[in-house]
Design a protein around this ligand. Structure first.
Ligand SMILES: Cc1cc2nc3c(=O)[nH]c(=O)nc-3n(C[C@H](O)[C@H](O)[C@H](O)COP(=O)(O)OP(=O)(O)OC[C@H]3O[C@@H](n4cnc5c(N)ncnc54)[C@H](O)[C@@H]3O)c2cc1C
Length: 386
């Protein structure tokens, strides 16, 4: 790829958040957009994620983002011209404590008031939705059938190809090593292959965003946290026909359209959180704990072979919520980080950031996602988080 020394905007990071931002900048008419990626598209957390999306959140802004993200996934093939492996098999939230079930109940009421027809269901309906599930010790459930999953590689690559058709240049295997700043304005990026001058730079580097902020002396409130996942061999499709998720139970389980089952649990269960985004690797502890969860929640998974185990970096923020906006310190420098849901929020967040950059405002007010909330002593509250 020919090297361009100038651009109207540089996007750092070729995951879902960055690729969708670049795509939407070009779609809104920006002519000269360059995306810089130190490895390949989907090589970060996006290509290692659980592939799920949902509108079952617990705050107005996240529910609105979730609603919009479902619309995006439902129209992604039409929008990008590529099959994205969409599969809307619903999300079954499983509550094990009175407190958790109360959170589900309040969240469902809020979701319903915003046009998301999710519902609380009982044990019998949970068993009807997912035959073979063992939920004797659960206390309550919420369910929404339009929640679902899609293939993260296909979604990411679909946006890359659509962005390329609109003229976006992808500079891969190119690492941003510095930011050019003068007079309180961003002037461009320094990379392992040369410099690019640009009046707008969007940092969409997932768990690596902190390093980008450090280059300009700005504290981007993001750390990486290593999470593992596994996938089984393909089995009868009705073993887990819906996505299962529990916050207190600390697990998610879902069956892909090809019959394989993806499962994961939080790092506390298997290893001390690892915050170095370069450290991947797998642990026996994770395998043991997740196998126990699978056997307990889905007894039919006994004797199913596990074919692959991997890890990826959550883009962790202090309140586990997105941090999106232009920096107060350096005009033209933007942060677009999802707070651990960049696969599902990527297309919506990318569009909103592009609108703000090009039009000065977005059609959804996401100012509550600006990380200046931390300096003001505030946190964004949504209890429907992993
Ligand atoms: C096991 C697991 C399960 C998950 N499950 C889900 C799920 O079901 N649904 C969901 O929505 N989310 C899920 N997530 C979270 C989700 O994967 C991330 O929030 C999302 O992928 C972040 O997208 P991103 O584009 O911000 O970052 P990434 O996909 O990590 O992309 C960032 C990119 O920036 C590049 N980069 C970094 N530094 C530089 C630099 N200096 N120069 C150039 N490029 C750079 C990296 O190489 C990388 O490709 C999961 C994550 C994990 C690990």
């Amino acid at each position: 790829m020919e090297w361009q020394k100038t651009a109207d905007a540089v996007v750092i990071g070729g995951g879902m958040m960055g690729t969708c931002t670049a795509y939407h900048l070009a779609k809104l008419g920006m002519k000269n957009v360059v995306l810089v990626e130190k490895k390949t598209v989907a090589s970060g957390a996006t290509g290692r994620c659980g592939a799920a999306f949902r509108a079952q959140w617990g705050s107005r802004l996240n529910i609105e983002m979730g609603k919009r993200c479902i619309d995006k996934f439902e129209h992604m093939q039409e929008e990008t011209g590529m099959d994205i492996g969409l599969y809307q098999n619903g999300y079954l939230m499983i509550g094990y404590t009175e407190k958790e079930v109360e959170i589900f109940r309040e969240s469902v009421a809020l979701q319903n008031s915003m046009g998301v027809p999710s519902r609380m269901i009982d044990h019998d309906e949970a068993r009807a939705i997912c035959p073979g599930i063992n939920v004797d010790d659960a206390l309550g459930f919420s369910y929404y059938e339009r929640d679902g999953q899609a293939d993260p590689f296909l979604c990411n690559i679909a946006h890359q190809e659509a962005a390329k058709r609109l003229g976006v240049k992808f500079q891969k295997f190119t690492e941003v090593t510095g930011l050019k700043v003068a007079g309180g304005r961003i002037k461009g990026v320094v990379t392992s292959r040369g410099e690019i001058d640009a009046p707008v730079v969007v940092s969409a580097a997932g768990a690596w965003n902190r390093h980008i902020g450090d280059m300009a002396g700005i504290d981007f409130p993001v750390v990486g946290e290593r999470h593992e996942a596994l996938i089984t061999e393909a089995v009868d499709f009705d073993v887990c026909p819906t996505m299962l998720m529990s916050f207190v139970g600390d697990y998610y389980i879902q069956q892909r359209p090809n019959g394989t089952i993806i499962a994961g649990c939080g790092p506390n269960a298997y290893t001390k959180a690892d915050h170095d985004p370069e450290v991947m690797g797998n642990s026996w502890g994770f395998l043991e704990r997740t196998a126990q969860v699978l056997l307990k929640v889905l007894p039919r998974t006994r004797n199913i072979g596990i074919t692959h185990q991997w890890s990826g970096m959550y883009d962790l923020t202090p309140d586990l919520q997105p941090c999106i906006g232009e920096t107060d310190e350096i005009k033209g420098l933007w942060l677009n980080v999802s707070g651990c849901r960049g696969f599902m929020f990527g297309a919506v967040a990318g569009e909103l950031v592009a609108q703000m950059i090009i039009r000065g405002s977005s059609d959804l007010d996401i100012s509550d996602f600006h990380w200046r909330r931390y300096a003001q002593g505030k946190k964004f509250k949504d209890l429907m988080v992993v």
